[in-house]
Design a protein around this ligand. Structure first.
Ligand code: 13P
Ligand code: SF4
Length: 404
């Protein structure tokens, strides 16, 4: 298989994906089964060779042996939302900010196996050297939020801001959860990337350079940070809908706004509701509700605390024995926290299951397949970003890493 690449898409019409005869998907549709091929993106390709069966009782042994055979040549990164069976083989675990830092800090590793989602692996490729390969064990591990902003839509939005006479005063701030093409756009327009750990610092930085921010693609992180941490009001924020002409906004609305929020959200954190908060308070007396800032504004307001995954972990570590916590983030992390803190009550905020389906694409069979392929001298599922895009995206990522 040839390595896949991310480029700033040309303005060609969307091509059809060769899913099944007669079935056409949108250009960024996730191929959740992960066994078909999308020639225009890296999402969803066949694994060359045989993927080990999930029922193979020797998987753990095989992963251990392959990792030992590779030694220092390989470095495995694991996002906090990964399955336990994958986290067990991670050299480092973290949120997207920590993993980006860790990828940049490993120039000696020939192979970075990224157990996370596609935009994170792209960022790792941008931040690592030319002699290093970044591998994503399952190319169907995308992110529905990142897919809510395409390069063409963002370019069109900038044209709308230009027509309204506000582009020169606007600094783009893009959440890590976006494609390399949008990170490149951000760097080209003098902006920065942020994560949920440093969104306030990124907005402070941006508003010292311009009078407005275009925040993409997560409207909730943008709104929660602006209103709850920076003293802005809901009236200072407008939502740009890429599916409406002019984003559904008038020039006067764009001129009056401080925060221009992209209409995107996380399909996992977007599921939590004020009712789930009310319900857990009734079910668990004295519970502290702690949620991720990708949750809706009203949910965050109804909660007791809000913060990134690293903040959630630190808060639980510091909590007194006997305290009770309802956590509004991805279920793999919440279950691990519950196991790690048997002296505290740790429950999931919602009553229904809430895994991130794309994070869960990475499983032990895919990890074993990736590591064993490397042992056999085959670099599979390599993520590479086209150099021109990478250059500007790196400027935006470096700006994030340098935020005061
Ligand atoms: P962080 O890793 O920045 O906490 O983001 C959570 C998330 O949804 C990652 O996809
Ligand atoms: Fe994307 Fe949400 Fe999954 Fe994170 S948890 S990868 S933002 S869909």
């Amino acid at each position: 298989m040839t390595p896949t690449s991310a480029t700033a898409p040309a303005s060609t019409p969307p091509s059809e994906l060769d899913l099944m005869p007669g079935v056409t998907a949108t250009p960024l549709a996730l191929l959740l089964l992960g066994r078909q091929r999308d020639p225009d993106s890296e999402r969803g390709v066949d694994c060359p060779g045989e993927l080990p069966a999930a029922s193979d009782p020797t998987l753990v042994e095989r992963a251990r042996a392959a990792k030992a055979a590779l030694g220092d040549r390989v470095f495995v990164l694991g996002h906090h939302y990964q399955r336990d069976e994958v986290i067990a083989f991670a050299d480092v675990t973290g949120d997207s900010f920590r993993l980006a830092q860790q990828a940049a800090a490993r120039p000696e590793a020939e192979f970075i196996v990224f157990c996370g989602v596609h935009f994170m692996a792209e960022s790792a490729d941008i931040l690592t050297g030319p002699g290093q390969a970044v591998l994503l064990p399952d190319l169907a591990a995308g992110c529905s939020m990142a897919d809510m902003a395409t390069f063409e839509q963002v370019e069109r939005c900038w044209e709308d801001l230009t027509a309204a006479g506000v582009a020169d005063d606007t600094v783009p701030v893009s959440y890590m959860n976006c494609s390399a093409a949008i990170k490149g756009f951000t760097g080209r327009h003098g902006g920065t990337i942020c994560t949920s750990s440093n969104a306030k610092r990124a907005l402070d930085w941006a508003l010292a350079r311009g009078t407005k921010v275009l925040f993409m693609p997560d409207q909730h992180l943008g709104r929660n940070t602006a209103v709850l941490e920076m003293g802005l009001t809901l009236e200072d924020c407008v939502v740009y809908d890429p599916h409406k002409p002019g984003g559904g906004l008038t020039a006067a609305q764009l001129q009056a706004a401080t925060m221009i929020l992209w209409k995107g959200h996380c399909s996992v954190h977007g599921r939590f509701t004020v009712d789930s908060v009310r319900d857990v308070r009734e079910r668990v007396p004295g519970v502290n509700v702690l949620v991720h800032p990708e949750c809706k504004h009203e949910v965050v307001q109804a909660a007791d605390l809000v913060g990134s995954t690293e903040f959630i972990i630190r808060t639980l570590d510091a909590a007194p024995a006997g305290s009770a916590w309802a956590i509004g983030t991805e279920l793999n992390l919440v279950r691990r926290l519950a196991k790690a803190h048997p002296d505290k009550t740790v429950v999931f905020l919602d009553k229904t299951v809430c895994f991130c389906s794309t994070m869960n694409r990475i499983d032990l069979p895919h990890l074993v397949w990736t590591l064993e392929s490397l042992v056999e001298g085959r670099v599979v599922n390599q993520i590479t970003v086209e150099p021109e895009t990478a250059r500007y995206a790196k400027a935006a990522l470096d700006q994030m890493l340098a935020l005061p």
